[in-house]
Design a protein around this ligand. Structure first.
Ligand code: BES
Ligand code: MN
Ligand code: ZN
Length: 490
C-alpha cells in the first residue's frame, strides 16, 4: 500500500474517510449523512465504521466514517491504528483503488495520525501470489492511501512508522511462504535481498562452519533433512555502545516432528515454525530502515526437522556448542535444540548485554494462554518489565510465567547433562529451563539478562484482527521495535 501526503482538498472520486471521536461528528459533515450514521447506530466507537454517499452523477462520492472512541494516551494510539485498519479492511477489495483519509477536524496529533496510516497499511497486507484464479471481486483493488489535511509532523512520524510496516511485511511474507519455498538457504537469500542497501551487516554460517564450531545440537535436528542448515546474523550498529543487544529466533522452516513424527492433522501449520526467526528478521529491518540509535544483532537458527534414514533417533545423545550434552528423548522438541547452539554462538561471538529469544516453542503455551498473549520467561525483572510494557503499548501482549530450580531439575537426564523434554505438565516452563541452561555467567557469576518469548499461539491467526487478515500476524516486530525505542534509545 502506497501512502502519500500533501493534499488539502480531495479531488477525484476517491472514497473519503473522516475520523471522529465518540459521538463527535465533524461539524462540516453532510446533514443527511450524519442522520444516516445515527440511524445506523454508528457512534464513533473504536473500530466502528460507517459508509454513506454524497452527491450524484459527476459529484457522487463514497464517504466513510471511522470511530476513534474516547480513549486517551497509548489507548488512543491503538484506537487510531484500529480505525486505519478498519478502513482498509472495508475497502481492500471494494473496487476502489484510493482511500483518502481526511484528518480535518479529527483532533488527532501527528503521532496518532501516523498510527492511523500504520493500521491502514498493516491491515492492507495480503499475499495472493499463489492464487491465480481470483475473480475480479476477490482481488485487492486498494493500492493507495492519501493523507489529506494531516496534522503537521505526520509525514515525519510516518517515515518512522513505515519502517515498522516494512518489517512486518517481511515477517509475514517469510511466515506465509510454504516450506518448499522458504527453507534455510532461501530464508537467507530473501533476507539478503530485503536488507540490501540498508547498512545491515550479514553473517551466514553454513553446515561446515557450524560443524567446526561444534553445534552438534542444531546439526542433530537438521541431519534428517536434505536442506542444509544455516545460521544467519543481522547486525544493525546504530549506536556505539560497549555491548550489543541480541535477538535470537527459532527458524525451523518445517517441523514434521522428525522420527517422533507429528500426527497429520494440522501439520501444514508447521511451515510457520520459523515465526521467531521471521520476527527477528522483520524487527531488524524495521530498526535499520528507521535508523534506530541502537546496536542490535538478530540471529536466526535455521533448520528443517524431517524423518529420514539419517534422522536422529529418540535416545541419541548430542553435544552442543557449549559442551553440554543432551539426551534427545523426543525429536519433536527440536526448537530448543536449535536455539541452544544459537544462544551459545551469539554469546561467544558478540558478548551481548541482554538476549531476547523468540520461538514457536511449545503447544503447551496455547493451553496456558490461548492466542491472546505470548508467554515470557526471564531471569531479569527489568528486562521482563521492559518487554511487557512494550508489548502492552503496541498490542503484542505478553504474560510472564515462572522459572526456577524445581522446574529445572525436571530435565536432568540419567545418561547426559540434560534431556530435551520434561514431564507433560509445565511443558512451556521446562522448555524455558532448557534454554536457560545456555545463558552464560559473567565473571561475578551473574547470568546475562535473558528473556524467552514463546510465541506459538500468536504467530498465525485463524481469523482477521484489527491490523492483520487471517494468517501471519507479524507478531514480534512491533514489540521488539518498541522495546528498542523505549529501553535502548531512551
Ligand atoms: N513447533 C512445535 C510447537 C508448536 C506446536 C508450535 C503447535 C505451534 C503450534 C514444537 O517444536 C513442538 O513440537 N513442541 C512439542 C514439545 C513436546 C514434544 C515436548 C509440543 O509442544 O508438543
Ligand atoms: Mn517440534
Ligand atoms: Zn517446532
Amino acid at each position: 500500500m502506497k501512502v502519500t501526503f500533501g493534499m488539502t482538498a480531495v479531488s477525484g472520486r476517491h472514497v473519503v474517510a473522516r475520523l471522529m471521536a465518540q459521538d463527535a461528528f465533524p461539524a462540516d459533515l453532510d446533514a443527511t449523512l450524519r442522520e444516516a450514521a445515527g440511524a445506523g447506530r454508528f457512534a464513533g466507537k473504536p473500530g466502528q465504521t460507517f459508509e454513506g454517499f454524497t452527491g450524484s452523477g459527476a459529484d457522487f462520492r463514497r464517504i466513510a466514517l471511522a470511530g476513534l472512541g474516547d480513549a486517551i494516551g497509548d489507548a488512543r494510539l491503538s484506537a487510531a491504528e484500529r480505525a486505519g485498519g478498519a478502513l482498509t479492511a472495508k475497502y481492500l477489495t471494494s473496487g476502489e483503488t484510493t482511500l483518502a483519509i481526511d484528518f480535518a477536524g479529527s483532533g488527532l496529533t501527528a503521532a496518532e495520525a501516523a498510527q492511523v496510516l500504520l493500521g491502514a497499511v498493516l491491515r492492507g497486507w495480503r499475499y495472493d501470489i499463489y492464487r491465480t484464479k481470483l475473480s475480479a471481486e476477490q482481488k485487492v483493488s486498494l493500492t493507495e492511501v492519501i493523507a489529506v489535511n494531516a496534522p503537521d509532523g505526520t509525514e515525519a512520524a510516518w517515515a518512522t512508522e513505515s519502517a515498522i510496516a516494512a518489517g512486518s511485511a517481511l515477517t509475514r511474507e517469510l511466515v506465509t511462504e510454504p516450506a518448499n519455498v522458504i527453507y534455510p538457504e532461501s530464508f537467507v537469500a530473501r533476507c539478503e535481498k530485503a536488507f540490501a542497501g540498508t547498512g545491515v551487516e550479514i553473517v551466514v554460517l553454513d553446515k561446515a562452519a557450524m560443524t567446526d564450531l561444534g553445534m552438534g545440537s542444531l546439526l542433530g535436528v537438521s541431519q534428517g533433512s536434505v536442506r542444509e542448515p544455516r545460521m544467519l546474523a543481522l547486525r544493525w550498529k546504530g549506536a556505539d555502545v560497549a555491548q550489543p543487544t541480541a535477538f535470537v529466533g527459532k527458524g525451523v522452516t518445517f517441523d514434521t516432528g522428525g522420527i517422533s513424527l507429528k500426527p497429520p492433522a494440522g501439520m501444514e501449520d508447521m511451515k510457520w515454525d520459523m515465526g521467531g526467526a521471521g520476527a527477528v528478521a522483520g524487527a531488524m529491518l524495521a530498526l535499520a530502515l528507521r535508523k534506530a540509535r541502537a546496536d542490535v544483532i538478530g540471529v536466526c537458527g535455521l533448520v528443517e526437522n524431517m524423518p529420514d534414514g539419517n534422522a536422529q533417533r529418540p535416545g541419541d545423545v548430542v553435544t552442543s556448542m557449549s559442551g553440554q550434552t543432551i539426551e534427545v528423548i523426543n525429536t519433536d522438541a527440536e526448537g530448543r535444540l536449535v536455539l541452544c547452539d544459537a544462544l551459545t554462538w551469539v554469546q561467544r561471538t558478540y558478548n551481548p548485554a541482554r538476549i531476547v529469544d523468540l520461538a514457536t516453542l511449545t503447544g503447551a503455551i496455547m493451553v496456558s494462554l490461548g492466542n491472546e498473549h505470548a508467554g515470557i520467561f526471564s531471569n531479569d525483572d527489568a528486562l521482563a518489565d521492559g518487554l511487557l510494557a512494550a508489548g502492552k503499548a503496541v498490542g503484542e501482549k505478553l504474560w510472564r510465567l515462572p522459572i526456577g530450580p524445581a522446574y529445572d531439575k525436571l530435565i536432568d537426564s540419567p545418561i547426559a547433562d540434560m534431556k530435551n523434554v520434561g514431564p507433560r505438565n509445565g511443558g512451556s516452563i521446562t522448555a524455558a529451563q532448557f534454554l536457560q541452561r545456555y545463558i552464560e555467567k559473567d565473571a561475578s557469576g551473574k547470568q546475562t539478562p535473558w528473556a524467552h518469548l514463546d510465541i506459538a499461539g500468536v504467530v498465525w491467526a485463524d481469523k482477521p484482527g484489527a491490523t492483520w487478515d487471517k494468517g501471519a500476524t507479524g507478531y514480534g516486530v512491533r514489540l521488539l521495535d518498541k522495546f528498542v525505542r523505549d529501553t535502548l534509545e531512551a
